[in-house]
Design a protein around this ligand. Structure first.
Ligand SMILES: *Cc1c(COP(=O)(O)O)cnc(C)c1O
Length: 405
């Protein structure tokens, strides 16, 4: 039956249910002490498996920055995921979760000497290099350790995708990746230092929350001849990493439509890359975990003014920064919809910033002090971006398996 779900979150008999095997969220309010992220392990498993099936044969390196909860990582490891990290802290977390160094790809523009040394001592699978000075730093470190390092070059093809500017990463104006015009210089460096560096992969990541794939196709068409040319010069080049970024629907979830989007995405990948002599890799984050989490919060005050009605919650931009940072809109749902009217609210947090809101002038079911509200689709870039600003507590996190009773 669960295969017929249109969403993992919805009302049954007026009560909000969540999960691959839907359960009442009311169950999680007992013993509530502070805002809580609730994750369903079974959604995570099913999302991973769906992606694995659609991208059959592609190595999946889950982008840990989307959600680095240790238990969640263990679930993904047990499903056969590998891992994309962006810091020394994430390397440590990956190892703690049971990933081996050979499962780890290391991305990011600002890798420190300390983090690179750690990655090199562990001999992780691949370091994705994003600039010439980073490449030179790696060569120097490899020389000092008298070792040889496997790298990927992350390329910036100057392609825009339809997403928020803060999560677009494949344009000249973005700090990410190596511009194609710099490649001749890079090749010289690689040839000079072929005792220290082995080019294993090319990588690409155009940005996040991508729901339309013409930009991706264009980028792959630009990078394919680059790959082929480099493979002739560097026979160790055997892998192509097409990044992450597949989006989800935040306004209304339609899992059938998301399956179609996933299939169109896979079609673009295979149409463009199947003739490449390369192992394919990808680094999805959001698509796997966003729907798998909700944030449970409690109304502290209903504040009426002549201009607005504010719902002041115990959670705000300190726990979920996406609305403040990207103007993201998450659905806000009461636990129960029996018999209440509707009213327009500004839903705000406790933080001393005017950017601290989840929604403005949003029509919701009428709410009272101490009511619980749920922010939907917060499994990705929720807790992992939370802060202790104002010295508020971090949220709690609960994992459950909706399928086990
Ligand atoms: C953030 C990031 C990802 C994951 O992006 P999603 O949109 O969550 O899939 C993948 N690769 C790199 C290099 C990233 O920085």
């Amino acid at each position: 039956l669960s295969n017929d779900l249109k969403s993992y979150l919805g009302y049954q008999g007026g009560e909000l249910h969540f999960g691959l095997h839907p359960r009442p969220l009311r169950d999680f309010t007992q013993g509530y002490s502070r805002p809580t992220y609730i994750y369903d392990i079974d959604i995570i498993r099913t999302r991973f498996q769906k992606m694995k099936k659609a991208l059959n044969g592609v190595g999946i390196y889950y982008a840990m920055k989307a959600n680095s909860n240790l238990e969640l990582l263990k679930v993904l490891k047990s499903e056969g995921s590998k891992i994309d990290v962006v810091s020394g802290g994430e390397i440590d977390r990956a190892l703690q979760a049971g990933f081996t160094p050979d499962d780890i790809v290391f991305s990011g523009v600002g890798k420190t000497v300390r983090d690179l040394s750690r990655a090199m001592e562990l001999s992780i699978y691949q370091i994705n290099v994003e600039s010439i000075p980073e490449l030179l730093r790696i060569i120097e470190l490899a020389g000092a350790k008298n070792s040889k390092v496997a790298i990927a070059l992350r390329l910036n093809p100057n392609i825009s995708i339809d997403t928020h500017p803060y999560i677009a990463t494949g344009l000249h104006e973005n700090k990410f990746g190596i511009e194609l015009s710099v490649l001749p210089e890079i090749q010289k460096i690689l040839q000079t230092h072929n005792d220290r560096i082995e080019l294993r992969a090319l990588s690409l990541h155009l940005g996040s929350q991508m729901l339309e794939f013409s930009g991706l196709r264009e980028a792959l068409r630009i990078l394919k001849p680059v790959y082929k040319d480099l493979q002739i010069k560097f026979p160790s080049l055997q892998r192509f990493d097409f990044g992450g970024g597949l989006g989800i629907n935040y306004e209304t979830t339609d899992l059938f439509k998301e399956q179609q989007d996933l299939d169109s995405y896979a079609k673009v990948i295979f149409e463009e890359l199947s003739d490449l002599k390369a192992e394919l890799q990808t680094e999805p984050g959001r698509w796997i975990v966003a729907h798998a989490g909700v944030l449970l919060t409690q109304v502290q005050y209903v504040k009426e003014t002549p201009y607005r009605t504010f719902l002041v919650l115990d959670s705000g931009m300190n726990h979920l920064i996406r609305p403040a940072l990207y103007q993201a809109e998450h659905q806000i749902l009461p636990l129960n919809i029996c018999g209440s009217g509707r009213k327009a609210y500004d839903v705000v947090g406790p933080i001393c910033e005017s950017a601290d809101f989840f929604a403005k002038n949003r029509e919701l079911n009428e709410a009272q002090q101490n009511d619980f509200l749920v922010l939907a689709d917060t499994g990705a870039y929720g807790f992992s971006m939370a802060s202790v600003y104002n010295l508020q507590d971090l949220p709690e996190e609960i994992l459950f398996s909706s399928g086990s009773r």
